[in-house]
Design a protein around this ligand. Structure first.
Ligand code: NAP
Length: 263
């Protein structure tokens, strides 16, 4: 199949591209700046920006399936919401038979700006004419690691109380997305999460050990408001729908040697 992957230069998208190429598909990647991309090999890179409808036309031509992984957490209304409306408009009347969208577990229950935008994108996908699949996933291992690295720039690591995550290996999500491409449109897929639910405190202390920062204190802080309540209620989790795959500890062991240096 001819598959267009938006966000094919990103953390998930790169892995999805690998799975699709391995499955024998002809893959094209949409990127704002293909010259910066390390995606090579059997993949065609195509310049385009979701914010500019006209720029998407070359990328969508000949596509039979579109896997939509592109996102910008800093400009979710302009890139995710308006950009998806542009993508849907660009494929209108073409031979695209399947649109796969990757979303996040709990976007309908957790009132933060990025999640609201993701929910709006889901709604756009659900109400357009191309048959679709929406796959929600929990937080990826590298996302949790980056979140902790940002937090560890301070002399302590703030841990909102009651906050839990179910981190998942990027590869597990990519495998599931590639399965959707093969199977065809399936509507709302079952949520996909990692193999274990851990408190932020536990995630942080394992990460501090793995990165050689054992003495950095963890500071419990409150997480007020409706978003805090939704996270405490586990709206971001799907414990019954685990992907299997590597645990958080196994991910960290694969990334860092015992002295905390990145492999
Ligand atoms: N990270 C997580 O823990 C997590 C969990 C569940 C679901 N998800 C969802 O999975 C998807 C992929 O996440 P990710 O972490 O892999 O993303 P990422 O690494 O931040 O990659 C974002 C991608 O979006 C593209 N992009 C950004 N702005 C664009 C624009 N204006 N036009 C065209 N492309 C644009 C970028 O391509 P260029 O820079 O090459 O243009 C890049 O490839 C997202 O929808 C995200 O919400 C993420």
């Amino acid at each position: 199949m001819n598959v267009l992957v938006t966000g094919g230069t990103g953390v998930l998208g790169r892995c999805v591209v690998d799975k699709l190429v391995a499955a024998g598909h002809r893959v094209r990647v949409l990127s704002r700046d293909p010259s910066r991309s390390s995606t090579v090999g059997d993949v065609e890179l195509c310049a385009g920006d979701l914010r500019e409808l006209a720029s998407l036309r070359p990328a969508v031509s000949d596509a039979e399936t579109v896997v939509h992984c592109a996102s910008d957490v800093r400009s979710p209304v302009e890139v995710d919401v308006a950009g998806t409306a542009n993508l849907v408009e660009a494929v209108r009347g073409l031979d695209v038979g399947h649109l796969v969208y990757v979303s996040i577990v709990g976007v309908d229950r957790i009132p933060i700006k990025y999640y609201r935008a993701k929910r709006d994108v889901e709604s756009i996908v659900e109400h357009q004419s191309v048959p679709w699949t929406i796959q929600r996933a929990t937080q990826f291992h590298p996302f949790v690691a980056e979140m902790l690295a940002r937090s560890a720039r301070r002399p302590f690591v703030a841990c909102p109380t009651g906050l839990r995550f179910q981190p998942i290996a990027v590869e597990q999500v990519a495998i599931r997305v590639a399965q959707h491409v093969k199977a065809g449109a399936g509507g709302k897929a079952a949520d996909l999460g990692g193999p274990e639910v851990l408190t932020l405190h536990d995630l942080a202390s394992t990460w501090l050990s793995a990165t050689g920062r054992r003495r950095r204190p963890l500071l419990p802080v409150p997480f007020p408001g409706t978003a805090g309540r939704a996270f405490k209620d586990g709206a971001n989790l799907c414990p019954g729908q685990s992907s299997g795959g590597p645990t958080w500890t196994q991910y960290l062991e694969a990334c860092h040697n015992p002295e905390g240096a990145v492999r």
